[in-house]
Design a protein around this ligand. Structure first.
Ligand code: DHB
Ligand code: FE
Length: 265
């Protein structure tokens, strides 16, 4: 039985799709090209390649629904950490690692980075114990581990849990900008619109804690040349960070301090 929400949303979707077709006098050939694009995205998709999501992302849809879903997160200083899109490369069950460990394996050409900070209650400023940080980013070749047979399984991913002080720290790399996969329908769409496939360098996080609203987010490197033209529109001002030169640690050339702020239920 159709729910009230389903009835309402589908009536609206159909109305907008019909209006779109009427306004643009869409022809049978044009509509079939759209159908073929959807079918191609379906054929390409595997558990390592989420082409349907990529197509939505280049159309700005995931970033839009992120904004709608997390209206509460704003760029104000006393707000919870802003959210950003999940993207197609998160994997569940990333390795649980001990605080202070590295997520980098088998890569020696990256900018080694020490990332650290705290997970805080945004209202009280108190540290949150037992918060889990699930982190993932690309290798210097621009590929996530599941796209790249040369990387060990689950490379550049990890889950860390804060202690009483709410602190976290680990070693990662300073990522580079790279193209979203553009050998499929998402790439074809970009090309048809004279758009590039580049995303600014970013690190992904899901931060969860008992009693707090989970956040899905990304942080972006201020000095990346694509910081103002992300192919999937995910950058928010409050998520832009600065990698600082780091002296005296044989394991890192850069330091990245960053606090996450969560809202309790
Ligand atoms: C997309 C998101 C990412 O984080 C990424 O690394 C590549 C693509 C996307 O939204 O399509
Ligand atoms: Fe990404």
């Amino acid at each position: 039985k159709a729910s009230p929400r389903m009835r309402k949303v589908m009536a609206s979707l159909i109305q907008h799709i019909h209006d779109f077709a009427r306004e643009n006098e869409i022809t049978v050939d044009e509509w079939m090209a759209g159908v073929e694009l959807m079918n191609e995205a379906g054929r390409m998709s595997t558990d390592r390649r989420n082409e349907g999501q990529l197509v939505c992302d280049v159309l700005g849809l995931e970033s839009l629904v992120d904004e709608i879903t997390f209206k509460l997160a704003s760029d104000a200083a006393d707000a919870p950490t802003a959210t950003a899109i999940l993207g197609p490369f998160w994997r569940k069950d990333a390795p649980v690692r001990k605080m202070g460990e590295t997520i980098v394996f088998g890569i020696d050409n990256g900018d080694r980075t020490y990332m650290h900070g705290r997970v805080l209650d945004y209202r009280t400023g108190e540290p949150i114990e037992g918060a889990e940080l699930d982190v993932w980013h690309t290798a210097p070749n621009g590929l996530y581990e599941q796209q790249d047979p040369d990387q060990p399984d689950m490379n550049l991913r990890g889950r860390f849990t804060t202690g009483k002080d709410g602190k976290y720290n680990f070693y990662c790399l300073r990522p580079t900008s790279y193209p979203i996969p553009y050998d499929g329908p998402a790439g074809k769409l970009l090309q048809l619109l004279d758009r590039h496939p580049m995303r600014p360098a970013h690190i992904h996080f899901i931060v969860t804690a008992p009693g707090y609203k989970p956040i899905v987010t990304q942080i972006f490197d201020r000095n990346d040349k694509h910081i103002t033209d992300d192919a999937v529109f995910a950058v928010k001002d409050s998520l832009i960070v600065e990698f600082l030169p780091y002296k005296g640690d044989p394991n890192a050339d850069f330091e990245l301090p960053y606090d996450f702020r969560l809202a309790s239920y």
